[in-house]
Write a protein that binds this ligand. Structure first.
Ligand SMILES: Nc1ncnc2c1ncn2[C@@H]1O[C@H](COP(=O)(O)OP(=O)(O)O)[C@@H](O)[C@H]1O
Ligand SMILES: [Mg+2]
Length: 252
């Protein structure tokens, strides 16, 4: 049975895509078949893994029933890691999805035939709590919430947790939080230390031990179509993502 993780936070630029791509790559490298589903119309995960933004069919065609998920899977630069790319039409899904009967279940239903072919399935969510993110939360078993270590880190987390509670109550009772992940952390600054302390104090059991440092190699890897774990496996960013992948697997 494949475990499905949604990587979600309605804030943009907090490290969702970076986390989805790199955790997926680490798990694949450890020998587990992994699928990354690009649920964000910006297609950053797709492009960051060396696949064209316009790849067809993509998730849009899968959601509308024009294509089957198994026919949209694409190999990436990482052996053992496949992607279901966002594709060109996905932006329209935010408008069209809510018009479809039971749209919240569509992603879950359309992925069902492929989920068990993988040990892990990761869903990279867009920066909103709109229909695509809700669909991902309905399809997921667990959520990973990246939190950028900056001054307004906690802002918006209450709204996200409310949405998770609502989805759990009405649409997907098995959904749990795998953990919150501190990203782009700068341990040398007072601010970095303060924010880490504050987030851990607020959510004592939820925050992953592993913290992802701000690291130039992490930021430049997508321009090579590679996860940082392949772009520069010995970088601090790659090492942190390997540690995180172990922690995610250990939390089950
Ligand atoms: N640990 C890091 N160190 C340096 N840059 C990072 C790190 N994590 C993410 N970035 C960069 O920050 C930007 C936002 O990250 P991204 O993962 O795209 O966020 P989101 O998907 O939440 O919008 C991207 O340009 C990404 O390359
Ligand atoms: Mg993103």
């Amino acid at each position: 049975m494949g475990t499905v993780y949604a990587i979600a936070n309605q804030k943009g630029g907090v490290g969702k895509t970076t986390t989805a791509v790199n955790v997926a790559a680490c798990i694949a490298e450890a020998g587990y078949g992994t699928l990354l589903v690009d649920v964000d119309p910006q297609a950053n995960a797709t492009v960051g893994l060396g696949v064209a933004r316009t790849q067809f069919p993509g998730l849009y065609e899968v959601l509308t029933g024009e294509a089957r998920a198994q026919d949209a899977l694409t190999s990436t630069s990482v052996p053992g890691l496949q992607i279901l790319p966002a594709g060109a039409g996905l932006a329209g899904a935010n408008v069209e999805l809510p018009r479809m009967e039971g749209f919240e279940q569509r992603l879950r239903e359309s992925l069902a035939p492929v989920v068990d072919s993988f040990a892990y399935v990761l869903l990279d969510c867009p920066p909103s709590l709109g229909p695509l993110t809700v669909s991902a939360l309905v399809a997921a078993d667990r959520v990973i919430v990246p939190v950028q270590t900056e001054y307004f880190a906690l802002e918006g987390l209450a709204g996200l947790l409310e949405t998770l509670a609502l989805v759990r109550r009405e649409l997907n009772p098995r959904l749990t939080v795998a953990g919150m992940l501190l990203t782009m952390h700068d341990a040398r600054t007072r601010l970095g230390q303060d924010v880490e302390r504050e987030v851990r104090a607020h959510f004592p059991d939820l925050v992953f031990d592993t913290v992802i440092p701000r690291n130039v190699r992490v930021g430049e890897a997508p321009s090579y179509g590679l996860p940082v774990t392949h772009h520069d496996p010995l970088s601090a960013g790659a090492e942190a993502y390997f540690e995180l992948a172990k922690e995610v697997a250990a939390r089950g």
